[in-house]
Ligand binder design. Structure first.
Ligand SMILES: [Zn+2]
Length: 147
């Protein structure tokens, strides 16, 4: 039975250049004399992509402009650039105050708890019932008045 040695990456020299098998895919890569393990550039790239996927994506640059600003009749950005329906009007630059942009983040979303929802539903039911009772009473009264 052969005993497995510690991981040893296969290497060979050709002239004065040393090649070593890539730790990940096994392709030979030129290495320095002291290298004990190597990854080829392809695998390095792949690892980089895995570790830093955000860097390869186009990053979102906030413009400070609201969504749909270019549909607005008039929009002034924070630098004083004036746009009429998305078209810049350079002669108006700096003559108007920036359009106030309401941040959608400020809008509070109230989340009702299950209990609150039940209470609300109960109240609704009660109101409906009250109306029905009143209708009935009115009907009766009406009948009595008639009689
Ligand atoms: Zn590789």
């Amino acid at each position: 039975m052969k005993r497995k040695k510690k991981i040893e990456y296969h290497s060979y020299t050709e002239g004065s250049i040393r090649y070593m098998s890539c730790m990940t895919c096994g392709r030979y890569e030129t290495v320095g004399e002291t290298a004990t393990g190597v990854r080829c550039s392809r695998c390095v790239n792949m690892i980089m992509m895995k570790n830093y996927p955000l860097e390869t994506k186009p990053s979102y640059v906030p413009t400070g402009r609201p969504p749909g600003w270019h549909f607005m009749k008039e929009f002034v950005d924070k630098d004083g650039n004036v746009f009429h329906r998305g078209k810049e009007v350079p002669k108006l630059k700096g003559t108007l105050s920036p359009t106030m942009v309401k941040s959608p983040k400020k809008r509070k979303i109230k989340r009702r708890t299950k209990e609150q929802m039940l209470v609300a539903r109960h109240k609704e039911k009660k109101a409906v019932l009250k109306k029905a009772v009143k209708k009935q009473k009115d009907f009766i009264n009406h009948n009595i008045d008639k009689g």
